[in-house]
Design a protein around this ligand. Structure first.
Ligand SMILES: *Cc1c(COP(=O)(O)O)cnc(C)c1O
Length: 447
């Protein structure tokens, strides 16, 4: 800690942006280590084949998902969300914040994904299903060619009841893992960090999930879960800090998005750049989605993450190059934020290293703004998002206001093509928030 702090003072001296993070300023940081796509994939442990494999697995499970969750029938057992143009919001943001966002603004509504009501319905549910398939194949419960709806029969449930699934969470990951694991039949233990909202714990307990509450932050809850799971050979731990499986579940989003863009006749190519803004906690969700998008659109997609000013862990890890070896607490931040889904002090080292040559940049945003953006979207488009999910609007709002962003557009030769650009704000959660909590959020004004 001492040694790290010394090194840090040195780093902060060299990098004014670290000083700004320390002062809780909103920053726009452009990643100097981004390379072209070809180069970024050199030596990559994951490829498009892994994303295709994950997508195929989700198809195999579709009949099972439909059986357990009838609300997924209209999408044939796929858990997918709408991509919605939000032009009224775009005009409103430009006016209210003095921004200058050209092109088209769209919202990817993972806030409304079936079963878990957040982006975690991608990675979390996928990892539970992958583990389930592994167990079922190993124990002869199933052949790959069979109808996976078989796993919804009572005998299968009896088999899975001998196994436990555990996870550390700030709330939403616990909900996605908890609800799906309970549906398969597993015993489930969710290790909740101090930031988790009461209604998320209540909802999980109603599903028969054991919720253990800690005063630790996210990393602490993960550590507890990992330790407890290691003591039980029949327990499986979903490791949000380093899971390749979770990451690939998120990456499948890119293939689904490509089909939606095509259906909306929105091209992505040299003439038509795509900008994507995703809220970031430990990094798995935004990292996986961005990795998938890079496989498809390569240098035509520009991926940005958004984090709260009190918990900019991925930005700090990337800027310093220290990744998971540094926490926001080490530069004097609390890690505490109203954005419970993003309340993470230490980023995933795995995601940091994958994203280092791919990420375009990062935005940090003050908590007060999250509630503003939330109300802006409600008023203009009648769509409700939880505060964490609203962090991504910071990206579009910075156009016309940020010198860093202006320089990025110029240096990438995009100046003449911004009118043809598409901008996607990734809405990561909100549809399960109870009405009384929504009402409280609507009335929250911070300095
Ligand atoms: C978890 C979460 C994120 C970020 O995902 P990470 O994998 O932690 O980076 C963003 N928004 C919401 C609402 C979340 O729950």
């Amino acid at each position: 800690m001492e040694r790290m702090a010394d090194g840090l003072t040195e780093l902060a001296g060299q990098l004014p942006v670290i000083k700004e993070l320390q002062q809780e300023k909103e920053v726009v940081w452009i990643n100097p280590d981004r390379t072209d796509y070809e180069k970024s994939m050199e030596g990559s442990e994951l490829t498009m084949a892994d994303v295709e494999d994950a997508e195929a697995r989700l198809w195999r499970f579709a009949p099972f998902i439909m059986r357990c969750f009838p609300e997924t029938k209209e999408r044939n057992g796929l858990i997918e969300s709408a991509l919605t143009p939000i032009s009224r919001m775009q005009a409103h943001l430009n006016r209210k914040y003095g921004s200058d966002l050209k092109g088209r603004l769209l919202l990817k509504q993972d806030s409304h994904l079936a079963i878990a009501g957040s982006v975690k319905a991608r990675g979390g549910i996928y990892e539970v299903l992958k583990h389930t398939e592994d167990l079922a194949l190993r124990h002869g419960l199933l052949h790959k060619e069979e109808d996976y709806a078989k796993l919804a029969e009572p005998e299968a449930g009896d088999f899975f009841r001998q196994y436990t699934v555990q996870v550390g969470s700030t709330g939403n990951l616990g909900m996605s893992i908890g609800i799906m694991s309970a549906a398969v039949g597993y015993r489930v233990i969710v290790h909740m960090s101090a930031d988790a909202k009461q209604w998320k714990k209540d909802l999980l307990r109603a599903h028969g999930v054991t919720v253990l509450e800690y005063q630790f932050d996210y990393s602490g809850a993960v550590e507890q879960g990992r330790k407890q799971s290691e003591q039980d050979p029949k327990s499986y731990f979903v490791d949000d800090e380093s899971s390749r499986t979770l990451f690939l579940g998120y990456a499948v989003a890119a293939k689904r998005l490509a089909a939606q863009l095509q259906a909306l006749k929105i091209p992505v190519d040299w003439e038509h750049p795509l900008f994507v803004y995703i809220p970031c906690g430990v990094g798995g969700a935004p990292g996986g989605i961005s990795f998938g998008l890079k496989q498809i659109y390569q240098d035509h997609v520009h991926c940005f993450f958004a984090e709260p000013t009190q918990a900019p862990c991925m930005a700090l890890g990337m800027i310093t190059g220290l990744h998971h070896q540094i926490s926001v607490q080490e530069i004097g931040l609390t890690g505490q934020t109203h954005a419970d889904g993003l309340a993470v002090g230490r980023p995933s080292g795995f995601v940091g290293s994958v994203m280092k040559p791919m990420l375009s940049g990062e935005f940090t945003v003050r908590d007060a703004k999250l509630y503003e953006y939330m109300r802006d979207l409600l008023e203009t488009e009648e769509i409700f998002l939880e505060p964490s999910a609203c962090a991504a609007f910071q990206g579009p709002v910075c156009f016309g206001r940020s010198e860093e962003l202006k320089a990025y557009v110029k240096e990438n030769g995009l100046e003449g093509r911004m009118e043809q650009a598409a901008h996607i704000v990734w809405a990561t959660g909100g549809s399960l928030v109870p009405e009384e909590v929504r009402e409280e959020y609507r009335r929250t004004y911070l300095d």
